[in-house]
Structures are given as structure tokens and as C-alpha cells.
Design a protein around this ligand. Structure first.
Ligand code: SF4
Ligand code: SF4
Length: 166
């Protein structure tokens, strides 16, 4: 197996099962600034939408239906997660600064963006449902969408999408 293939044994529910060790509803009484690493990581719902390519037009970020070549579209996971910043120079770390950047480039369903803007987590978030699959069941992940690998794209402007959840 090459280093950019996901192991077949990968089970996203395993990550969600580990949420049980976290303080219950920590996101309701802790600021994002005060979260520990495990809490911060748990906020990611795994939707994969931050791995869509975007272009900036007229001061606004436009999402496209094209995705980073290292995204596994079945699981919405990065195939090179551990060394992504070395391989993809414009891959962004999800920090509070990145979440607060203007113009907004995180999808508006992203838990980090929601909490930082005074919203609660959506009912389909795995921290609420205790199930990894609830994101896709609510049609909030990239699974099942009309997507194009960036290696096949000639002009990103032809791929701009206006999905409700971006
Ligand atoms: S958009 Fe937010 S919730 Fe979705 S995968 Fe990216 S960081 Fe995680
Ligand atoms: S390299 Fe970055 S943008 Fe590409 S799939 Fe991995 S996390 Fe997403």
C-alpha cells in the first residue's frame, strides 16, 4: 500500500467513541481559546469541506467542487495527514486565527466557525449524536457530491458552487 492510501481498517467511529473521555458538553462552557488538544480535535465533524479548493473574487471566497488531490472522498479524510504541510504548501492548519480570517474560507457548518460566531453545534454533529455517520446522513459531508479531483481541473472559475452549507 502506498503512503497516500488510507488503511482499509480505518474506522471513523473509533475516533467518535473516544469522545466519551472528554468533559461532557465542554464546548458549551469553554472558550475556543481554552480548549485542550483533544477537545479542539473533537470539534472537527470530518465533513471534508475545508479541503475543497477556493478562489477569491472581489474580496469574497468562492468555493469550488474541486478537491485537494490528497482527500479521500469516501471517508473525507486526508491521505497524508501527518505530513500534509510538507507536501501541500497551501494546506492550512485549522487554528483559531484561520477560523477568524476574513474573508471567511471555512464552510459555515464548520464547528469551529459556528462556535466562534456564537452558534451551538448542529444536531448532526458527532459530539451530539455520538456517531460519525450522522454527518453524511445529514448531507453535510462531501460524500455523494459531484466533485472533481483538482488534477483534472483547467479553470477553477468553471467549478464555483453555491451549496447551502458553504
Ligand atoms: S470544515 Fe471544519 S468541521 Fe469540516 S472537516 Fe474542515 S475543520 Fe473539520
Ligand atoms: S493536504 Fe490539506 S487540503 Fe489536502 S486533503 Fe490533506 S488536509 Fe485537505
Amino acid at each position: 500500500m502506498s503512503k497516500d492510501e488510507l488503511t482499509e481498517e480505518y474506522n471513523p467511529q473509533k475516533r467518535v467513541d473516544e469522545f466519551a473521555k472528554l468533559e461532557p458538553e465542554f464546548w458549551k462552557h469553554k472558550k475556543l481559546e481554552d480548549l485542550n488538544k483533544d477537545e479542539w480535535e473533537a470539534l472537527c465533524d470530518g465533513c471534508g469541506k475545508c479541503c475543497l479548493n477556493k478562489i477569491e473574487i472581489g474580496g469574497k471566497v468562492k468555493f469550488t467542487n474541486t478537491y485537494c488531490r490528497f482527500l479521500d472522498c469516501k471517508s473525507c479524510l486526508c491521505k497524508i495527514y501527518e505530513h500534509r504541510f510538507e507536501v501541500v504548501p497551501d494546506c492550512r492548519d485549522i487554528t483559531l486565527e484561520a477560523v477568524r480570517e476574513k474573508p471567511r474560507w471555512m464552510p459555515k457548518t464548520c464547528a469551529y466557525w459556528l462556535l466562534d460566531n456564537g452558534y451551538d453545534l448542529p444536531e448532526w454533529h458527532p459530539l451530539i449524536t455520538k456517531r460519525a455517520a450522522s454527518v453524511t446522513e445529514a448531507n453535510m459531508s462531501l460524500v455523494g457530491r459531484n466533485l472533481v479531483n483538482e488534477t483534472e481541473v483547467k479553470d477553477y472559475e468553471n467549478h464555483i458552487v453555491d451549496w447551502q452549507d458553504l
